[in-house]
Design a protein around this ligand. Structure first.
Ligand SMILES: [Zn+2]
Length: 532
């Protein structure tokens, strides 16, 4: 391919970036947006939205564009429901329908319920390389009156807004419907009805459905106003000049909020909707067997990072188009995911035989998986300790990472290797202790077992193996060599495969274990001779 040729576009993030440039015009800078109501723990499904924006933002930046990534915390939304996983359920129920930002933190750690959920998530984002986000706290924007002018514009066009929404409704909008809410001056709740709007003075009157209070708000100066979601979204697109924002399934259906918002921004604000990408839900597989969203046990970015390296988290999300559903695995598939990621890495560095197109594709996903936003990849391939092998060595060494490192001493050549080893080892320990199936775990026997029943022939075999390993340990430089030797000995002694079961009994009190030859070599001469 010559430089003049059109660069082939492999990745969905590049395709969306090209679309943004095509539809929004070739500009110097683009605004991309994401937003979440911090109504509960911000979980991995919400993270999908953020990383979708991040990947598109990077694709834009890597095309020489500037990107303004705005992330809206919709913390002026009403506190609609108490999630089941929150403490102080009864106290929280008392606060329903107030702004989320006015609800105290039930954990007593932050200034509000909203801030608690916000900060926990904000803290983890840089760990996956998302560092350039401009967080907007919508309670501040609303309360400062930044949207008042737009709110007046909406109220002045109330009928038109109603007609747009009516097209997608099966029932008629109520007589007193208005595209506006306000938090009641008396009880601070948004269960109110607008009872009148004076276009001349730009004031609304309202009645609170909960406490019966009848009040008045001046739209020019009020700090209590709040737009309902279907109006709020397009108003902010117009206000912020958003060029790209994805949305979840619930917003993406025909006649859903994305559809109505696209019409409202055009008809009411005379602007075009941002480029859109619908993203699907994600499932969880094998999370310690007890994940249930109905109980509110939601998985956060931190829990994914406990098991997967940061680059792998990016890679998993970058591997699926936003509209594809997939499962995040915490069970034995974790081993497979590590193997797949290592294969991808080897492909990028030319160590796997694949077609050029496949290599280019792999390289692009690998670039997008890097923590640095420029996508620059390490000059030499990082060291790849196999996750499975690492799990074995760590268990042999009672989870002592420093001791385990000695097995890999010669492979760790630079800082990147060191980082890879440490990150992977920490995750292997965590995974074994928290998620691995029971039959994956083992503990090396501390003392020689005398109670394993062996026939005379088997006894002689174990003694012979002991002698062989004692005298010729250093002759076995690979697992294969030792494997062949043991196999030959088993044949010479005329033993059945039952002997392997007994050897695992001698080593780890179990009938099965990691592949024997490699396992013996990993356990080390001294311990093995002691146990045999
Ligand atoms: Zn009230």
């Amino acid at each position: 391919m010559t430089e003049n040729n059109q660069k082939q576009i492999f990745h969905w993030a590049d395709q969306i970036a090209e679309k943004v440039i095509r539809e929004k015009g070739d500009k110097e800078s683009y605004t991309v947006a994401s937003g979440i109501t911090p109504s509960g723990v911000v979980h991995f499904g919400n993270f999908r939205e953020v990383i979708t924006v991040d990947l598109v933002a990077r694709a834009l930046m890597q095309r020489g564009k500037k990107v303004h990534f705005i992330y809206s915390w919709d913390d002026y939304d009403t506190f609609r429901k108490v999630p089941a996983n929150m403490p102080k359920q009864e106290e929280l129920k008392e606060l329903l329908f107030q702004p989320i930002v006015d609800v105290p933190d039930p954990f007593g750690e932050y200034s509000s319920y909203a801030e608690h959920n916000e900060k926990v998530f904000e803290r983890d984002l840089p760990r996956v390389g998302i560092t350039y986000v401009d967080f907007i706290y919508q309670n501040k924007k609303y309360r400062a009156g930044d949207y008042n002018e737009n709110i007046i514009h909406i109220m002045d066009n109330k009928e038109k807004v109603g007609e747009i929404l009516q097209q997608f409704r099966t029932s008629e909008l109520e007589e007193d419907w208005a595209p506006l809410l306000t938090y009641c001056q008396h009880c601070n709740r948004d269960r109110i009805s607008i009872t009148g709007y004076d276009k001349e003075t730009k004031t609304v009157t309202y009645k609170c459905e909960l406490c019966g209070f009848e009040g008045k708000e001046d739209l020019k100066t009020s700090s209590r106003l709040k737009l309902p979601w279907r109006i709020d979204w397009p108003m902010r697109w117009a206000y912020e000049g958003v060029d790209f924002e994805p949305g979840g399934r619930d917003h993406s259906s025909a006649g859903g909020s994305r559809d109505t918002a696209s019409i409202i921004i055009k008809e009411i604000f005379g602007k075009e909707a941002p480029v859109y990408a619908a993203y699907d839900n994600i499932g969880i597989k094998g999370f310690n067997g007890k994940i249930s969203s109905s109980k509110g046990n939601v998985i956060t970015l931190k829990e994914i990072l406990d098991v997967y390296e940061p680059e792998m988290v990016r890679w998993i999300f970058a591997s699926y188009k936003p509209n594809a559903a997939f499962d995040l695995s915490f069970d034995l598939d974790v081993l497979k995911n590590y193997e797949d990621f290592d294969r991808l890495e080897r492909t990028v560095y030319g160590l796997e035989q694949v077609k050029e197109e496949k290599r280019a594709n792999a390289k692009r996903i690998y670039e997008l998986s890097q923590l640095n936003a420029d996508g620059k990849i390490p000059e030499v391939m990082p060291f790849q300790p196999s996750f499975r092998h690492l799990c074995n060595i760590l268990q042999i060494n009672d989870f002592d990472i420093a001791k385990t490192r000695k097995y890999y001493e010669n492979d760790i050549k630079n800082e990147r290797d060191e980082k890879r080893f440490n990150e992977r080892a920490e995750r292997a320990v965590f995974w074994i202790q928290n998620h691995a199936p029971e039959d994956f775990k083992f503990i090396i026997n501390k003392e020689k077992r005398l109670d394993v029943e062996l026939s005379d022939n088997e006894k002689t075999f174990v003694e012979a193996l002991h002698n062989e390993l004692s005298q010729n340990w250093d002759n076995y430089q690979t697992d294969k060599e030792l494997q062949n030797k043991i196999g030959n000995m088993v044949t010479e002694f005329g033993l059945t495969p039952d002997i392997y079961k007994k050897l695992y009994q001698i080593l780890i009190n179990r009938d099965l274990g990691p592949k024997l030859a490699g396992f013996i070599r990993s356990i080390g001469r001294e311990k093995i001779l002691n146990l045999l």
